[in-house]
Design a protein around this ligand. Structure first.
Ligand code: NA7
Length: 539
């Protein structure tokens, strides 16, 4: 079908990650003419771009996939509980192949601008080569961590050796073997990278600004028999995810740290520490996320584990966070991270004590020492969430830039739509449920697809968030954010990236309430024929 014969497409989708691929599949099911525009040379999004050594799931692979297709669940086998990047990318490629998605995906196409055309109720997209595309609807499926940021350190472009961001790892895997490597950053990405690099580098110098609380991933292989067991449990796994606060498979604990004796608490924490995945974060006593005293007790428990694992007590103390509690930032998971610092060829530099003055031709100069490197790795994170949107010149009614609309703070309706930007739908936009991202993607794509199908069937040519809807939703998002220790700490989750102008202070970038509540609100909007959107019928 073509909703409007003067337009190229019914729907344009920006991004070929899991959001974009599933959006395309759903648009085709409705019978619409859709195309995905993707900057990369292949599908997979996050799993396409992030090829650094050690990149892998921190969540159980089989909970981080699409649940809608029984065939896909029947056909795909995971080899590890926490699959590596290559396996997850192959899953994405298998998904694309199975649903024959690639014929409607256009790669090596970076969208430069997206402009709403009032006269035709349509969108005009222009890529960086100047090619234009028009459509009735657009779906942004750009991901929340797709704009890598380099550190704002003087001389960052002066280094003559090989230097790259973790999300742009060179295809030559031996790039670091036997080399003198410096790495800046100690976030989730750095932690995965460091524990791999320690095996092959000549030497490794880690420049740390803020240590992170991290705990064992405990990844293991999945045998064919185990996989059959997992397959049988899929319905339960997905239901458990849907029922939980942030869609993870880990069951929450409604007890307070102070409900149990000290002995019982320690026993529980030993047990959690020995378990795989995020259980030590998500299945812990509920108040480690809300009560400072409770959080301090568990943080001390984990600090002692770090002290036991790191031989040099001074290095151990440097690796223990002092200014934020466990789980108040996204918890990186590890397998041998702390032990890296027991190797003679690995050094930890605390840049709060010994600040980096500049990067130069041969390496990195700190206040006390000049380091020479063959390779510098920037594990310095992303201009998260709004960064994906700011990278595209998006303009709504009267040519108003989306950037301006969000200047005084992010405003959306359900994290899915923005007032002044009709017919634009966001998958993993700000103020949406994050948590287990594929669960959030599957829900959001489903909601948007259901709406677009409704619009097509009811001759609706424009749909836009209303001022009242946006105000109520934004207030609700801010209300839900109260009381969480995580919102009192700088991180990409609280909208802070010191390397990016305008991101020096905290903001509320995500929906912090419970996932079931989020879905109920969105379901209600659908049940009431989207009456909280401003809908305009065609003639
Ligand atoms: P993160 O978690 O944002 O980590 C970035 C790291 O880089 C973090 O340790 C930063 O220190 C450090 N950084 C950034 N800029 C600088 C400068 N200028 N100087 C020194 N150190 C710096 O990104 P990741 O890629 O690790 O993880 C992103 C998400 O991907 C993660 O949460 C998972 O969901 C997967 P800081 O903490 O700001 O002091």
């Amino acid at each position: 079908a073509k909703l409007d014969p003067t337009l190229d497409f019914d729907v344009l989708i920006i991004g070929a990650g899991q959001s974009g691929m599933y959006s395309l599949h759903r648009m085709r099911q409705i019978g619409l003419k859709a195309r995905v525009l993707e900057a990369g040379s292949g599908e997979g999004g996050t799993w396409f771009w992030n090829r650094y050594p050690g990149a892998r799931f921190d969540s159980e692979s089989y909970s981080y996939i699409f649940s809608f297709s029984q065939e896909l669940l029947d056909e795909w086998n995971w080899s590890e509980h926490f699959a590596g990047q290559d396996e997850t990318l192959r899953y994405c490629q298998y998904f694309a192949k199975k649903f024959d998605l690639k014929k409607d995906m256009q790669f090596n196409t970076r969208v430069a601008s997206a402009k709403y055309q009032q006269s035709t109720n349509s969108w005009l997209l222009t890529d960086t080569d100047g090619q234009t595309y028009t459509s009735r609807f657009i779906i942004t499926a750009m991901g929340i961590l797709n704009q890598p940021t380099l550190p704002n350190i003087p001389g960052v472009n002066d280094f003559k050796g090989s230097a790259f961001h973790t999300a742009r790892w060179p295809s030559d895997a031996s790039a670091v073997n036997g080399k003198r490597v410096g790495i800046i950053g100690t976030g989730a990405t750095a932690i995965q990278t460091i524990q791999e690099l320690k095996k092959t580098v000549g030497s490794l110098t880690v420049f740390q600004r803020t240590p992170n609380w991290t705990a064992p991933l405990r990844n293991t292989k999945i045998s064919p028999e185990d996989m059959e067991g997992i397959r049988k449990r899929y319905p339960t796994i997905f239901q458990d995810c849907l029922d939980s606060y942030a869609c993870f498979i880990h069951k929450s604990d409604s007890r307070s740290v102070f409900d149990v004796s000290e002995e019982e608490r320690e026993k529980r924490w030993e047990d959690l520490y020995s378990q795989a995945g995020f259980s030590k974060w998500l299945s812990n006593f509920y108040d480690i996320g809300t009560n400072r005293a409770a959080n301090e007790l568990f943080s001390k428990f984990v600090a002692d584990k770090i002290r036991q694992r790191v031989n040099d007590p001074i290095t151990a103390e440097k690796l223990i966070p002092k200014n934020h509690g466990f789980g108040t930032r996204r918890v990186p998971l590890e397998g041998g991270y702390y032990e890296a610092f027991n190797q003679d060829n690995v050094e930890l530099v605390d840049i709060n004590v010994n600040p980096i003055e500049k990067i130069h031709e041969k390496g990195i100069k700190t206040k006390d020492k000049d380091y020479e490197f063959d390779v510098i790795v920037y594990a310095t994170g992303f201009d998260a969430v709004t960064g994906s949107f700011n990278a595209v010149d998006i303009r709504g009614i009267d040519g108003v830039p989306l950037k301006n609309t969000w200047d005084g703070g992010i405003k959306t309706y359900l994290g899915l739509t923005v007032q002044g930007f009709p017919n634009m739908f966001m998958i993993m936009g700000p103020h949406q449920m994050f948590g287990n991202i594929p669960r959030s993607i599957e829900y959001a794509v489903g909601w948007v697809a259901d709406f677009i199908e409704y619009a097509v069937n009811n001759n609706i040519v424009t749909a836009e968030a209303t001022e009242k809807g946006v105000q109520e939703w934004t207030e609700h998002v801010h209300e839900c954010a109260k009381g969480l220790l995580a919102n009192e700490v700088d991180s990409w989750m609280t909208g802070v990236n010191k390397n990016v102008e305008g991101k020096q202070t905290r903001s509320i970038a995500r929906y912090n309430g419970p996932a079931p509540g989020y879905r109920k609100r969105c379901d209600d909007v659908k049940a009431h024929d989207y009456e909280t959107l401003r809908l305009v019928k065609g003639t």
